[in-house]
Write a protein that binds this ligand. Structure first.
Ligand code: AMP
Ligand code: MN
Ligand code: MN
Length: 318
C-alpha cells in the first residue's frame, strides 16, 4: 500500500516542472520545517518551487535554510500543487481559494479530510516532517544537510523536544538519521523551542494573569489588545499553551486567542485518556488526541462559553 503511494508520488514529482507547496496559517515548526524540508530537495532536483505561507515566515524560523524563499501568495503558472501539515484546505487560509484541489496532501492528523488527488496521511506519525524524512529517499530526493535541519525543526516542534505521547523510537531514529545528514540538534532545539523574545514574555504575562480553573480544567484567553500591548508580531499564542499544560494535575487545558472581534482561535491540550480532536473537529477544526485546535466564529465571550460547556461535557464523560 505505502509502496504504491510512494511510486505514485515519485512519478508525480518526477513529471512536475513547477511546484507550489503550501502549509497552514499561523505556521508552527512542523509547517515551516516540512515546507522547507520538502522544498529544498525539489529545488536541488532542478524543479521550480514556490513555498507559500499565507501568514509569512515567523521570525523565529528565519534561521532555517531556505527561509528567505517563503512567499505569502501563489503565483500562477505552476503544474503541481502540494500541501504539508494541513488536515483540511481551510488550514491553508485563502491562498488556494480559486485553485484546484492539491495533487498531493502530506499530513499526520487523524482528522485529515483526504482532499488531495494523492493523500499520504500517517496519523500515528509524530510530525509531518517525520513522514517526509522517511519517504523522501523513496521519491528519489536525497535529504541534504539543509533539508535535514528543517525536518529536524519540524519533528522537534511537534514533539516539543521528544516529549509528546506521539514520540516513538522511530521518531528518535529518524532524528538521529537527520543529525547524521548534518542537522544541528542543540542549535535547532534552542531556536525552535527555547529562544524567547521580550514581546513573547509580555504576551504570556497577559495570558497568565487571566488563568482560571475548575477542577482538572484550566483555561485562559489572549485578546487582540493583549497582543498589541505586548508588541507581539504574530497571530498565534507564542506557545503559551505548552506552558499552561505544564501545570500538574490537569486533564484539559484550553486557550482562546482572539483573532478578530468575531473570530477566536481555540487550542486544546489533554492528558492521556482524553481525546480532544473530536471536539475540535465539531467546532470546525481538527488535530490529534492530545493536541487540537479550531477557528471558531463569535465574540471571545461567546466562544469561551460555547467551548467550555462542550469541554466540560467531554471531561465529565471521560
Ligand atoms: P495548536 O493548538 O494550534 O497548536 O494546534 C494543535 C493541533 O491542532 C495541531 O496539530 C494543529 O495542526 C491542529 N489544529 C489547530 N488549529 C486547527 C484548525 N483550525 N483546523 C484544523 N486543525 C487545527
Ligand atoms: Mn502544524
Ligand atoms: Mn504537524
Amino acid at each position: 500500500m505505502i509502496e504504491k503511494i510512494d511510486e505514485a508520488i515519485r512519478q508525480l514529482l518526477q513529471n512536475a516542472r513547477s511546484i507550489v507547496i503550501v502549509s497552514h496559517i499561523r505556521p508552527d515548526a512542523d509547517a515551516v520545517g516540512s515546507l522547507l524540508g520538502l522544498g529544498l530537495p525539489l529545488l536541488a532536483a532542478g524543479k521550480q518551487v514556490q513555498l507559500v505561507l499565507q501568514d509569512g515566515l515567523p521570525e523565529r524560523y528565519a534561521f532555517l535554510p531556505g527561509a528567505d524563499k517563503v512567499a505569502r501568495a501563489v503565483q500562477s503558472g505552476f503544474d503541481t500543487l502540494i500541501t504539508v501539515d494541513c488536515s483540511d484546505l481551510k488550514r491553508t487560509g485563502t491562498v488556494l481559494a480559486d485553485l484546484r484541489a492539491p495533487d498531493l496532501n502530506i499530513d499526520h492528523h487523524a482528522t485529515n479530510l483526504f482532499f488531495g488527488a494523492i493523500n499520504l496521511v500517517e496519523p500515528e506519525a509524530s510530525a509531518t516532517a517525520y513522514v517526509l524524512s522517511r519517504h523522501l529517499p523513496d521519491w528519489g530526493l536525497p535529504v541534504s544537510a539543509e533539508s535535514a535541519q528543517c525536518l529536524l525543526a519540524g519533528i522537534l516542534g511537534d514533539t516539543i523536544g521528544f516529549r509528546t505521547s506521539a514520540t516513538d523510537s522511530q521518531t528518535l531514529r529518524a532524528a538521529a538519521a537527520l543529525m547524521d545528514k548534518g542537522a544541528d540538534l542543540p542549535m535547532v532545539y534552542r531556536q525552535t523551542l527555547l529562544s524567547r523574545s521580550i514581546p513573547e514574555l509580555r504576551y504570556w504575562g497577559q495570558g497568565l494573569i487571566k488563568i482560571q480553573h475548575e477542577g482538572a480544567l484550566l483555561w485562559s484567553a489572549l485578546t487582540l489588545d493583549d497582543r498589541i500591548k505586548a508588541g507581539y508580531p504574530e497571530n498565534d499564542d507564542a506557545d503559551l499553551i505548552n506552558l499552561l499544560s505544564s501545570v500538574s494535575g490537569l486533564r484539559v487545558v484550553v486557550l482562546f486567542i482572539e483573532q478578530a472581534p468575531d473570530r477566536v482561535k481555540v487550542s486544546w491540550r489533554s492528558a492521556e485518556g482524553i481525546d480532544v480532536s473530536g471536539l475540535a473537529f465539531e467546532f470546525g477544526g481538527g488535530g490529534h488526541a492530545a493536541a487540537a485546535g479550531a477557528d471558531v466564529g463569535g465574540s471571545l465571550d461567546e466562544v469561551v462559553e460555547k467551548v467550555l460547556t462542550k469541554t466540560k461535557q467531554l471531561l465529565a464523560n471521560s
